[in-house]
Design a protein around this ligand. Structure first.
Ligand SMILES: Cc1cc2nc3c(=O)[nH]c(=O)nc-3n(C[C@H](O)[C@H](O)[C@H](O)COP(=O)(O)OP(=O)(O)OC[C@H]3O[C@@H](n4cnc5c(N)ncnc54)[C@H](O)[C@@H]3O)c2cc1C
Length: 442
């Protein structure tokens, strides 16, 4: 009996299909089979079978990874998208308990009906799942004010590679019981276990009316100065997003043109009226023009920001987005260095990002990376030189393994790398889950 026949027999009652997939960035996923888990029991049975047969397992949430985190050859692809129940919304203890396949936007729609929200908002929130966002420690626009997923995960049920299920954490905001294994799992890129349920902290919806300020900087180098004055002032808008002039033009083509097309692109800031007036005043030496918009127009401007990857792809073909973070005080220098690399390589490197917290997404053309693969690490090196990090939210996958090695060895040292590999070995001794990714190849 072939391995596939054995898998189908063993997983009787669970949907199994044979299919090839690609993730959002076009990395190929060629599994032996796709298993559609509909319950924790399905996850456990799949892991036990894979463990016995020495098969590798890759969990699949919404498939929006941009780092090759889903890539596999001959693995069991464990599709969790059918585990999409919202189990409980607790409006006194302020948490929501969910299965991993719930799509983030669906969850927030449900929470909003109850007067709450879950702040982290990756631009893929219309497709990505809670499980994927947890293990990627996803951020997004609101992370500037509210932080990425790590700050919102209270407890998890986790199926380990051998099928053992553990619960880590408690649905409590304060909890000092032992090592913080929840934080360890958040951002572990599906290498330590499969999240089968999560308790997430929620917040009441803000009471103030949401207004958006569109600041059009004089030029791209003014962006860092705007961020500096706002941060120095102690003001806390909800978000500070940036799109350069090329990105603005690309997005304008996708929707009804909504942004003014100046040389410096646009910085979008959202908050209450008084915060935005102050931000506008402080930014005035660095801007070409600005406008405060509310209601539908403001929402459209922010939705446009979510369309960046799609818009840029339609202009210059497939892209691979970097995800560097620098101390916000070094943003101007980072942008300068990226633009220098762009000129030296006679190419186009559009830049967008969550500038409020120093997180930039320079986008590299696939065509350039084919002829010059080292370009990716060259741009990532900007973060390393400026005391930043090679990834703020997208993670490592297979894409940034070289950069991760550089960062960890140079900044943290060999002992830290060894500890990380030992942690992986403790959770997953047979290297079953997401083999060859994240810290595995270090
Ligand atoms: C257009 C676009 C915009 C984006 N914008 C942002 C952004 O603003 N901020 C940001 O942080 N990211 C962003 N991303 C990256 C990506 O969407 C996020 O990292 C997202 O959280 C991944 O969720 P997913 O459900 O699609 O996971 P997948 O892509 O399916 O999986 C990602 C990784 O998680 C693992 N995994 C999935 N589910 C589980 C589970 N239940 N248990 C264990 N492991 C699991 C997978 O094996 C894989 O390693 C963007 C992506 C796209 C395509």
């Amino acid at each position: 009996m072939s391995l596939l026949e054995e898998l189908k027999r063993e997983l009787d009652g669970i949907d199994v299909s044979i299919e090839e997939r690609t993730d959002f960035s076009g990395y190929g996923v060629s599994p032996l089979a796709v298993v559609f888990a509909e319950s924790e029991d399905h996850v456990v049975r799949t892991l036990i079978f894979a463990n016995r047969k020495g098969l590798k397992v890759v969990p699949w949430g919404g498939g929006t990874s941009v780092t090759g985190a889903l890539k596999c050859e001959g693995c069991v692809l464990l599709d969790l998208s059918r585990m999409r129940k919202i189990v409980e919304i607790n409006d006194v203890d302020w948490y929501v308990r969910v299965q991993p396949g719930v799509v983030l936007d669906e969850l927030n729609r449900e929470l909003e009906r109850r007067g709450f929200f879950l702040p982290p908002d990756p631009s893929s929130s219309f497709m990505c799942t809670v499980g994927g966002a947890i293990v990627e420690n996803a951020g997004g626009m609101r992370a500037f004010k509210y932080g990425p997923f790590r700050e919102w995960v209270l407890a998890l049920r986790l199926a380990l590679a051998d099928g053992t299920v553990i619960k880590v954490g408690e649905p409590l905001r304060k909890n000092r019981a032992g090592y913080d294994l929840v934080s360890l799992v958040v951002g572990s890129e599906g290498t330590l276990g499969v999240v089968t349920e999560a308790w997430l902290r929620i917040r009441p919806l803000p009471k103030h009316e949401e207004v958006t300020l569109a600041i059009y900087p004089k030029d791209i180098f003014a962006v860092g100065e705007i961020v500096k004055v706002v941060r120095k002032s102690g003001l806390e808008p909800d978000l500070m997003e940036y799109m350069d002039a090329f990105v603005v033009r690309s997005v304008n083509k996708q929707i009804e043109p909504i942004y003014w097309e100046g040389e410096g692109g646009v910085v979008l800031v959202r908050g209450d009226n008084s915060t935005l007036s102050e931000v506008e005043r402080l930014s005035s030496p660095f801007l070409a023009r600005s406008e405060v918009v509310d209601g539908e127009v403001g929402r459209k401007m922010l939705n446009g920001r979510s369309l960046v990857a799609i818009a840029v792809k339609s202009e210059i073909g497939n892209i691979y987005a970097e995800d560097i973070v620098v101390p916000p005080s070094k943003l101007s220098e980072a942008i300068l260095q990226i633009k220098r690399i762009e000129v030296e390589n006679d190419t186009k490197i559009p830049v967008a990002g969550h500038v409020g917290d120093g997180n930039l997404h320079p986008m590299l053309r696939e065509a350039d990376l084919v002829s010059k693969p080292e370009l990716f690490d060259e741009v990532g090196g900007v973060a390393l030189r400026l005391g930043g990090s090679i990834s703020g939210e997208h993670g490592i996958g297979i894409q940034k393994v070289n950069l991760l090695r550089s960062q960890l060895l140079n900044r943290n040292g060999e002992v830290v790398v060894k500890l990380m590999k030992e942690i992986k070995g403790l959770f997953d001794p047979k290297d079953t889950l997401n083999q060859g990714k994240f810290v595995d190849p270090l």
